[in-house]
Design a protein around this ligand. Structure first.
Ligand SMILES: NC(=O)c1ccc[n+]([C@@H]2O[C@H](COP(=O)([O-])OP(=O)(O)OC[C@H]3O[C@@H](n4cnc5c(N)ncnc54)[C@H](OP(=O)(O)O)[C@@H]3O)[C@@H](O)[C@H]2O)c1
Length: 253
């Protein structure tokens, strides 16, 4: 097998949460281009139909499922739909996430809990549902953030805690399912990539952060998706329990 063949996902099945917008669309497209069929989950099912068309344009099959990852039953239903459509699950991309910014003195319990429920707990419910049916050689990628590793000026206790917690979850599942189950579990920690989430930044925020980025610019989602395919495929077959930071050098400063 040539080194580039190791990145192929022909005959594999991937599940992507948060596939209705932003990075989730880029991940679904890249997985399809690498050869995988894709089960797409999010709450806005009409938007998932657009992502389904992107996967199909790459020559692969897709199934779109309404799923709120904060609900364990929805997570199970998404995995069940993937199994019903394609018969297996090889790759899970835990991408669904919400970002908020509230000063800690004013953040309500509900505001804090909602972020943890989606960004951290939702990843666990998805990993449990997939881990129960995944065969050796499978791969789980948790989309963390540089905010799980450092700070970036905004009051983001809930978001940062959720993304740092996700790194701990990644390590523990990698330990539980490595030698015993042959399932690799890694985290991807993106820096700044244009999406609906980053559209919410106040004017000037991103510009103020760019001097900390060694490459001097935001990332293109395709640059992140390339790293995802490394972790998802046999190219990453000896990589587990790790955080792969793709941030243009932001956390090096
Ligand atoms: N963009 C960046 O610069 C950046 C940097 C670091 C980390 N990240 C992480 O990357 C991931 C994707 O972010 P993005 O920038 O692409 O954000 P985005 O454009 O806001 O997309 C977020 C996605 O998550 C889905 N989602 C939100 N809550 C959900 C829920 N309860 N159940 C299921 N799906 C849910 C949304 O779909 P519905 O609304 O249709 O449910 C949407 O598809 C997130 O985990 C984010 O924290 C992004």
């Amino acid at each position: 097998m040539s080194v580039l063949d190791r990145f192929r996902l022909d005959g594999k099945v991937a599940v992507v949460t948060g596939a209705s917008a932003g990075l989730g669309v880029a991940f679904a497209k890249a997985l399809a281009e690498a050869g995988a069929d894709v089960a797409l989950g999010a709450r806005r099912v009409e938007r998932l139909e657009d992502t389904k068309a992107v996967v199909e344009a790459a020559g692969r099959k897709a199934v779109a499922v309404r799923a709120d990852v904060a609900e364990p039953a929805d997570c199970q239903a998404l995995v069940d739909a993937a199994l019903a459509a394609f018969g297996r699950v090889d790759v899970l991309v835990n991408n669904a996430g919400v970002g908020t910014a509230y000063p800690a003195t004013r953040e309500t319990p509900e505001q804090f809990r909602q972020v943890i429920d989606v960004n951290l707990n939702g990843c666990y419910w998805m990993a449990q549902a997939c881990g129960r049916v995944m065969k050796p050689g499978s791969s789980i990628i948790n989309i963390s953030s540089v905010l799980g590793l450092t700070t970036a000026g905004l009051p983001q206790a809930a978001y940062s805690a959720s993304k740092a917690g996700l790194i701990g979850l990644t390590r523990d599942l990698a330990q539980q399912w490595g030698a015993r189950r042959g399932i690799r579990v890694n985290a991807l920690a993106p820096g700044f990539f244009a999406s609906e989430m980053t559209d919410q930044y106040k004017p000037g925020y991103l510009e103020a952060q760019i001097p900390r980025v060694l490459l001097g610019r935001s990332g293109d989602p395709e640059e992140l998706a390339a790293a995802l395919i490394f972790l998802a495929s046999d190219a990453g077959s000896y990589t587990t329990g790790q955080v792969l930071t793709v941030d243009g050098g932001f956390t090096a400063t």
